[in-house]
Design a protein around this ligand. Structure first.
Ligand code: B12
Ligand code: SF4
Length: 493
């Protein structure tokens, strides 16, 4: 059967949706003809992509057009669904995290025929066979579909386990982006699921949803991961950097140490990974460094213990984080972190606590986000109970989590915006530039209240101040993969 997989890409045709690529491998193994189309959904020239899409649909004539979607993009694909319905007889199948978390919303779109809930590698080919034979979807777990004006809802299916039995993601659909150097590092997932219960994360909902459907946290074996890496090296010689996109790469210490040992001997490419502070100790750091980890990301979200413990439900202490961050600096490992500003009960004081804390360390990479609660998470409910107004995501900045969407009673949206815009400078710039940064922050806070002409002058002033501050931090900024340890060795396949 001919299937067109559509992936709306945010940043412009070079994202790597590992789950979807695994599913493509499964479909191809099932003997189906699978085509892949991704387009930059946030780019302003959607007319151009819609015309291109119409051409593909009419030329290819797929029986199924399958979309993979996150919630934030859901409202943007309507026109693409209309094109399918107008110019073909293909069924529309929607899967991904949005359909999984909000199935009622996903299936309520009149153009959507079937939705897939959860990880569905073990059932997708059965679905395709039934459709190919003109049969009903029936009682196939993990799928909801429309039949005679009614929505038939099947329960969620079992989680794939062991993960080693899954095929490797089909990266051949990214070959063009690799050859034109838009992709120079590959993402790889070595585990699925997370045992923690941060109040703002979708995992807490999924863990409950999947109860009775198998182990939520699953690990691939080091041998299986190394095989995938070897395949990458064989098929894509230009790729020499790896990003492990697991929620917590260090969750299973024994596996991590074993994997690092093998990785060092057989692969050696510089890599980036994410972990939790609780899982880091000297042994783990030595293993990561030896294996050529060039950046270890540990999210702190905030330096304030009350906010982290009681609002975000992340139980590590500031002292613990300090101890681990110092160790990382001592081991000479590059350190990355993630911070959220504007969580409930955030104040200017707690923001300053986070700034001061981060200034204690050599942080090589970090990102700061504006707190944006996801529906169906405990913190979303908390905000509603507190009576906070949560604005719908409508602008590009809100979509990128860089603009406040929640109206708190502890800090105004304008003040928060000022800190979001200048946080990076406060953390990185020399202290002597602080008066300039304060001024810049004040400009961001006041900007919308000024008239147009005044606004232009102020904006001009802000750009110049920003330039001056930037000069003072240029010296410490580094590329993501930073200075890498030499990895060209005689590695035997
Ligand atoms: C790696 C990652 C990325 C990568 C790759 C994105 C991707 N789509 O895979 C990058 C960096 C590009 C990225 C970007 C973004 N991400 Co992201 N990302 C993740 C992360 C950490 C892992 C994703 C993953 O591989 N999961 C494991 C696989 C097995 O699951 P899966 O991807 O859901 O796929 C399975 C099923 O859903 C299903 N499936 C998926 N697609 C389809 C399609 C069909 C037709 C079918 C039948 C089935 C199906 O089968 C797959 C295999 O089992 C998750 C958090 C997490 N741990 O899940 C966040 C997450 C998915 N990202 C999120 C967000 C918000 C974003 C961005 C919007 C951020 C931004 N503002 O730019 C963009 C959107 C990008 C996009 N175009 O979709 C949110 C989504 C929340 C939501 N409710 O929608 C998550 C859940 C993080 C979070 N907790 O907030 N992300
Ligand atoms: S540690 Fe990360 S993935 Fe796990 S629950 Fe918390 S935010 Fe989610």
């Amino acid at each position: 059967m001919k299937i067109l997989i559509v992936y709306p890409d945010v940043i412009g045709k070079y994202e790597q949706p590992i789950g979807l690529l695994t599913l493509i491998s499964v479909m191809k193994k099932g003997g189906h003809e699978v085509c892949f189309y991704s387009f930059p959904i946030c780019s302003p020239d959607q007319h151009k992509y819609q015309a291109e899409f119409k051409q593909i649909i009419t030329k290819l004539g797929p029986q199924i057009v399958a979309f993979s979607m996150v919630t934030h993009l859901h409202d943007n694909v309507g026109m693409y669904y209309k094109i399918i319905k107008k110019f073909s007889r293909a069924l529309i199948l929607e899967g991904g995290i949005h359909a999984t978390m909000f199935p009622d919303e996903a299936i309520s779109n009149p153009d959507v025929d079937i939705i897939a809930i959860g990880e569905c590698e073990t059932t997708i080919n059965e679905l395709l066979i039934r459709i190919q034979k003109g049969q009903q979807v029936g009682r196939l777990p993990g799928y909801w579909y429309k039949h005679m004006g009614q929505v038939i809802k099947n329960p969620i299916g079992d989680l794939p386990d062991p993960l080693d039995e899954l095929p490797f993601p089909d990266r051949s659909v990214l070959a063009e982006q690799v050859s034109n150097n838009h992709i120079d590092a590959f993402n790889l997932m070595s585990s699925r699921g997370c045992p923690f219960e941060c109040s703002y994360c979708h995992n807490i909902y999924l863990k409950d949803y999947y109860k009775g459907k198998g182990k939520f946290v699953r690990f691939r074996s080091p041998e299986n991961i190394i095989s995938e890496l070897k395949e990458i090296r064989r098929a894509y010689p230009s790729i020499k950097k790896i990003i492990f996109s697991d929620d917590n790469f260090a969750l299973n210490k024994k596996r991590l140490i074993e994997l690092c040992k093998k990785y060092k001997q057989e692969i050696g490419f510089p890599f980036i990974c994410h972990a939790r502070v609780e899982n880091i100790d000297d042994e783990v750091l030595c293993s990561l460094k030896e294996a050529n980890c060039v950046l270890l990301n540990l999210a702190i979200e905030t330096a304030n213990d009350h906010l982290r413990h009681n609002i975000l439900n992340r139980k590590m202490t500031k002292e613990n984080i300090r101890r681990v961050f110092r160790k990382i600096n001592e081991h000479g490992l590059r350190l990355g972190t993630f911070v959220m500003l504007g969580v409930p009960e955030e104040t200017k004081k707690t923001i300053w606590e986070t700034i001061k804390f981060l200034r204690e360390f050599k942080i090589n990479y970090y990102q700061v986000f504006s707190f944006t609660p996801l529906k169906k998470t405990p913190i979303y409910e908390y905000c509603l109970n507190k009576g906070y107004k949560i604005n719908k995501i409508s602008s590009r900045q809100e979509f990128n989590f860089s603009f406040p969407v929640v109206e708190l009673d502890t800090i105004s949206k304008r003040a928060l915006l000022g800190y979001l815009k200048t946080f990076h400078y406060y953390v990185k710039a020399s202290r002597v530039t602080f008066p300039l940064i304060h001024l810049l922050r004040m400009i961001w806070e006041k900007m919308p209240n000024t008239n147009k002409r005044m606004g232009k002058i102020i904006k001009w002033g802000a750009i110049n101040i920003e330039q001056m501050v930037r000069i003072s931090i240029k010296k410490v900024e580094e590329p993501l993969f930073g200075p890498v340890i030499k990895y060209e060795k005689n590695i035997i396949n």
